[in-house]
Design a protein around this ligand. Sequence first.
Ligand code: 1PX
Length: 214
Amino acid sequence: MADEQADFNLKLVLISFKQCLSEKEEVLMDPYITGWKGLIRFLNKLGTIFSFISKDLMTKIQIMERFRSSDQKENYSSLQCMVQYELDNRLVDFQKCSDHPDSGCRTILRLHRALHWLQMFLEGLRTSQEDCKTSVLCTDSYNSTLASYHPWIIRKAVTMAFCTLPSRSAFLETMNVGAPEEAVEMLNEAMPFICQVYQVTQKLFEEHTLLELP
Ligand SMILES: CCCCCCCCCCCCC/C=C/[C@@H](O)[C@H](COP(=O)(O)O)NC(=O)CCCCCCCCCCCCCCC
C-alpha cells in the first residue's frame, strides 16, 4: 500500500487521459473516470482546504460510476454513446428543476469545464518562470475558465484556497516524477493528450448544443 502511494505520480494520471481516445476518436468513459480519480488524489495532497472541491468532484465521479455499473452500462462506455443514448431517450434536462437533474451529459459537462481549467493551469505551470506564483497562475486560469459558472461565494472560497498553494518548484515536485525540470518535461509530453480529450468533448457537446446545460 505504502509502495503504491509512493509510485503514484501525475504521469500515470495523464496517461489515463491518453487512453481515453479510441481509434475512432471516441472518449472512453472508464479511463476518463480513472483519470479524474487520479486528479482527486493529487488535489487531496494539496491540503484539507481543497476538500470542498474534491467532495464535489467525487459526487460527480460517483454519478458516472453508477451509470457504468447499471443495466445501461454499454450506453455509457464512451461520451459519444452517452450523448446519443441520453438524447434519444429524453434523459437530459434543458431547463432547471426538471426530471433528470443528474444526467450523464450535465455531469460530464462540469468535469469537461474543469478539464479546461486544468489544461490552462498546467500549461501556465509548464511555460512559466521559476519564480512565478502558483496562486496567480491558478487564479488566472480559474478566472478565464470556470469562474463564470460559479456564484460569488464559491469564487471567493476558491480564490482564498489558491493562496495556500506551494511555490512552483514545490508544486512540480508534488507530481512525483522527479526534479522540477523532469516534471516540466513530462508535462511537455503529456499535455497534448489532455488537450485532445478536451477538444473532442467540446466538439461533441457543441454539435448537440449541450454546452449550457443547467
Ligand atoms: C491546484 C489546485 C486546485 C484548484 C481547483 C480549481 C478549480 C476550482 C473549482 C471549484 C469548485 C467548487 C466546488 C463546487 C462547485 C460546483 O457548484 C460546481 C458546479 O456543479 P453543480 O452544477 O453540480 O452545482 N462544480 C464544478 O464546477 C466542478 C469543479 C471541479 C473542479 C476540478 C478541479 C480539478 C482539480 C485537479 C487538481 C489536480 C492538480 C494536479 C497537479 C499536481
